[in-house]
Design a protein around this ligand. Sequence first.
Ligand code: PMP
Length: 514
Amino acid sequence: MNSPGDQIDLAEPHMRENLAMAGLDVDYVRATGNTLYYLGEDGEQIPVTDFAGGYGALLLGHNHRRITEHAIALLTADTPVLAQFSRHTAAIRTAAKLNEIVQRELGTGERFYAVFASTGAEAIEAALKHAELDRAARVAALSSGIAASVEAARAAVAGGSAALSPDVEHFDDLARHVAEHNARVSARPPKYLALTGSFHGKLVASVQLTHNEEVRSAFAPLAAQAVFVPFNEPGALAKLVEQSRETLLDLVVQDGRVEIVEREYPVFGAFLLEPIQGEGGIHEVSAEFAAEIRQVCDAIGCPLVVDEIQSGMGRTGSFLASADLGLHGDYYTLAKSLGGGLAKVSVLLVRESRYRQEFELVHSSTFAKDGFSSAIALKVLELLEADDGRIYRQARERGERLKSMLTGLGAEFPTVVKQVRGRGLMLGLELHDQSDSEAALLRDFARAHILGYVLSGFLLRRHRLRTFPTASAVNTLRFAPSAEVSDAEIAQLETGLRELCTILRDQDEQALFS
Ligand code: PMP
């Protein structure tokens, strides 16, 4: 359990041991742009080109000069970092800037209110809580409408202007039946809609919306469950919604008779959607499927939460990847690159027409809206928007360059590369499964779902390249470098991947582990 330097490792040592097995437990000592450095045996700094990009949090690269200079200036000026329950000017300005950008991308004049948090999963949890507050308010309005109408029916029966149907003796029996049914339905926890392959975080509520069973199922008793909709499958959503349909009962007087009528009950708290799934293996939602989701959500009054935590902030060439699909969400979540690689900051944006201001009184966090993170986020937004959106154009152009290299390798090694997917600088290279390989080690690692990490270890040790498999689809290697990724860095990746593909094509496990 000891880590280098004989310091006992008590910080999740089991994970480090796993990393060590794959040759990935490197101690990085410096980072700039697309490069991380570790110390060699003689104390020299060895550069590693970083295509993992902080799991998508480094669109501007490690320690971007303008951001570190801004951070130093903030600290030198003794900027208040934690001054809870005050005006929070930096957060106000960041929310305004986010509105300017998001409204432009969506072509809407509607405002979005911002709830700040520190991590991606925390923003998702805030979205789920806000959606539940909204759903509960809609249930309360529905219930009080029903209560009023039941009382009106009772008065009509008592006054002789309405009759009961022949099979009902007393109005109270009918009212009790209605009340008991409604209490039973209303007591059930909400459900959520998400897509197969989705990843929305690993906290108590958000992990239930992350499709990967390995990380989800042990915690199922802790939170409301998701109904997973087959990815990009037309018609599947409408069917699942119909199967989950619930109604409350109401009593109304029609043609002088008391009748039971059904009222649609809001079963679903929210629909969560990544426009491009990241951890699920880099899969893009089709524009047709996005339109179908929007239409079903509108039909059942369910808020659509567009999770742009990985795909947003310009990574795919637009501030919001979903805007390119023509999709309009009710909520948006952003994190990762919002912190510029330095701050931990995330945000939930809620469309004004769906915003519940009472949420502000029941939700808070010590670190939310802190002066440092908010000011860094504002600087990041300014950098993204500078020069008429140069970074967005660069992400698109660099992404096309990187993707065409990967696609070329795919054509060169069709028995090794299954598919290249993604947009901008959110790319994935799916390798064919090696679970039936003749080579024993390749087969065993593939069956244990760790081959992708072993391949990452090879690229790191032999080619000084950093990439990892996507979390829930371990045959897909991810590429999410900064917008400054150079032709030379792409060429370095090509060399490394070509050797890796050759090894896999020739099933030469000796070469992989030598
Ligand atoms: N949503 C998406 C789409 C993500 O990619 C991630 C992180 N990979 C999260 C949510 C969770 O973010 P965090 O790790 O900051 O909690």
